[in-house]
Design a protein around this ligand. Structure first.
Ligand SMILES: [Zn+2]
Length: 187
């Protein structure tokens, strides 16, 4: 599920739901040879921070142009996060503690806030691995990156308030993914 950072609203359907097209070329995250060509649009919603209100969008579904691959993938604008129903802004506000359990907001719930923090913690090693692996094999950073024991995620968090968008795009566009957090099994 590749994440697109450049897109535009090209129209609205009869229910005034925005129709989004990608304005960037998107490499197929599976074969990494073909590009995702426009196939159709699919409906997807996000919940807004504070009100919890649902907003529906039509996002592009792309098909890989590499004939031996041909996979179809939803292309997610970067204000959405794979498998999360809230907008990215709500998630990062919670992770950066702009919103906390004490904040006077109805949505997301305290339970959801707790879940997102645990989800990031759960995926921390995985994210570090993707940063290092892709940085070394695709972006040609030196081996120093592989042996750097500092947290690349923490460095990114310190440098930019767009760290979550960048991380999600980095992980999913390199063909990897984050794991869902499952409740612990009863003993
Ligand atoms: Zn492909």
């Amino acid at each position: 599920m590749p994440i697109i950072a450049e897109y535009k609203v090209v129209g609205y359907n009869e229910n005034k739901e925005p129709i989004i097209d990608s304005t960037e070329e998107c490499l197929c995250p599976e074969c990494k040879k073909g590009l995702l060509g426009y196939r159709s649009h699919v409906r997807r919603h996000i919940r807004k921070e504070d009100t919890g209100e649902k907003e529906w969008y039509w996002i592009p579904l792309g098909k890989c142009t590499n004939k031996t691959c041909g996979v179809m993938r939803r292309m997610l604008p970067n204000f959405m996060i794979p498998y999360k129903h809230y907008e990215e802004e709500a998630v990062i506000d919670v992770l950066d503690e702009v919103i906390t359990e004490e904040s006077p907001v109805d949505f997301p719930s305290v339970q959801t806030m707790f879940h997102w923090k645990a989800w990031l913690q759960f995926n921390r090693d995985r994210i570090e691995g993707v940063f290092r692996n892709t940085g070394y094999t695709v972006l040609c950073f030196s081996e120093d990156l592989l042996f750097d024991t500092g947290s690349l995620l923490e460095q990114l968090r310190r440098r930019t308030d767009r760290w979550l968008k960048i991380t999600i795009r980095f992980v999913y566009n390199s063909g990897s993914y984050l794991l869902p957090l499952r409740p612990a099994l009863p003993m």
